[in-house]
Design a protein. Structure first.
Length: 196
């Protein structure tokens, strides 16, 4: 059976329109109102996509041979089955909301952040009691799974928070908007004929 590439793209990404993108952002803003709905008790035997762990080192390449290293909490971005079956997984840095508030001044930015309208930041109210966090999707690092598994088994790294099913949908929606949002109309890519 021959696959039509254009139709395949339409089936895979039916919601990637500007109007739907705005509606998703509005829906995301409604999710974060009740932290009690977002989290669940941690299953000690399994680590899930979206789980937050204690401090791990994040590295950013500044320029050739110059790196910035930060030790921060992390969130598992890789799918749960990838965590179980792949050698390398993705972790995003998690900052305290207080840190982000000091770094990014301005009431409108903070208001948009708390409504989860900032694409690359994921605001999590009360991820632990009386503490808010911000996940920075733009700072994702890869980590060898063996290191993470052994660190968790040896209690060098601990899991802090796990999403409930509602919280997981919240997370997946936010991740989808960040990674699969439509590009600006100002971006012009070279056109090629698509083979049907």
């Amino acid at each position: 059976m021959e696959i039509n590439f254009k139709n395949l793209l339409k089936d895979l990404f039916p919601s990637i329109t500007e109007s739907t993108q705005e509606e998703i952002k509005k829906a995301i803003a409604q999710f974060g109102l009740n932290p009690q709905l977002l989290y669940q008790s941690i299953n000690k035997n399994v680590i899930y996509q979206g789980d937050i762990i204690t401090e791990i080192q994040f590295v950013t390449l500044i320029r050739s041979n110059l790196y910035r290293k930060k030790t921060l909490k992390g969130m598992l971005i890789s799918n749960t089955c990838d965590y179980e079956n792949r050698d390398t997984i993705l972790i995003a840095p998690v900052y305290s909301f207080k840190h982000i508030k000091r770094k990014y001044k301005g009431a409108s930015f903070i208001d948009s952040l708390k409504k989860n309208l900032i694409y690359d930041k994921f605001y999590l109210p009360g991820y632990i009691p009386n503490n808010d966090a911000v996940v920075d999707f733009s700072g994702i690092n890869s980590v060898k799974k063996d290191f993470l598994v052994s660190s968790i088994n040896n209690k060098e790294i601990d899991r802090i928070t796990s999403f409930s099913q509602i919280g997981f949908y919240y997370f997946i929606t936010k991740l989808t908007v960040y990674f699969l949002r439509r590009e600006s109309n100002e971006i012009i890519r070279e056109k090629h004929n698509v083979i049907n």
